[in-house]
Design a protein around this ligand. Structure first.
Ligand SMILES: [Zn+2]
Length: 231
């Protein structure tokens, strides 16, 4: 059985990763346009670097929760037949043990060099303008996908969706495309689709099956069922 799991902010939120977006739509007091667009970085790189440096520090202080652990366990059962596609830029899946994973919105722990285009691990606060380990230029930006930029690995994701038998969306709002359309692609390819979310999302009616509740509760029990069903 081949399975694709999409994870969103809801799974990280239960580890205490702040979603940064408050009721007024602000991220830590910033409008999205001030910190999460290429134009913002061009206009005011220091504000953007400070914002992501702070996010990286915040993520380092939290741990994976039982939902991350359950998905790592599922990978140990299914091997490469499980692909985790995450919209999250934290490393909680990796710290739980997931290895077959795509960060479609980038990775907070990686830097992208705007001079040579290569990626490297972040080893210092980017506000300090550390040099690129590949070319030496001090032109690193967070390797995250900003609004107006193309998500990563859409070809890999599409291929997995078209070949999967089951698609699960965990902790996603269903409001951000292209991820919101994955359920349509998977269903068209014949996959069983399931949504695991705290409450109904904007796209709940598109799923064959829906389970509401905290990810740290509903994901482990769902993984138990999937593992039991195939043995
Ligand atoms: Zn470089």
């Amino acid at each position: 059985m081949r399975l694709v799991v999409l994870t969103g902010a809801g799974i990280s939120a239960e580890s205490g990763v702040p979603t940064f977006r408050d009721a007024g739509g602000l991220w830590e007091g910033h409008r999205v346009e001030e910190v999460a667009t290429p134009e913002a970085f061009e206009r005011d790189p220091e504000t953007v670097q400070r914002f992501y440096d702070a996010r990286r520090r915040a993520v380092a202080q939290v741990d994976p929760n039982p939902a991350h652990d359950a998905l790592a366990r599922l990978e140990r059962e299914l091997g490469d037949n499980l692909l985790v596609v995450t919209q999250n830029i934290d490393d909680l899946h990796e710290r739980a043990g997931s290895r077959h994973i795509v960060h479609m919105h980038g990775d907070l722990l990686m830097a992208l060099c705007t001079a040579c285009g290569r990626r490297s691990s972040v080893t210092a606060e980017l506000i300090e303008r550390p040099p690129c380990p590949q070319c030496g230029e001090r032109m690193l930006r967070p390797d995250v996908v900003w609004f107006g930029e193309m998500p990563y690995d859409l070809d890999v994701i599409d291929e997995a969706l078209l070949a999967c038998d089951m698609f699960a969306a965990i902790g996603t709002s269903g409001a951000v495309y292209p991820a919101a359309g994955f359920v349509i692609t998977a269903a068209a390819a014949g996959a069983h689709t399931i949504e695991l979310n705290l409450t109904a999302s904007e796209i709940t009616p598109l799923f064959d099956e829906v389970r509401h509740g905290p990810a740290s509760l509903v994901v482990p029990s769902w993984v138990d069922e999937v593992v039991t069903a195939r043995t």
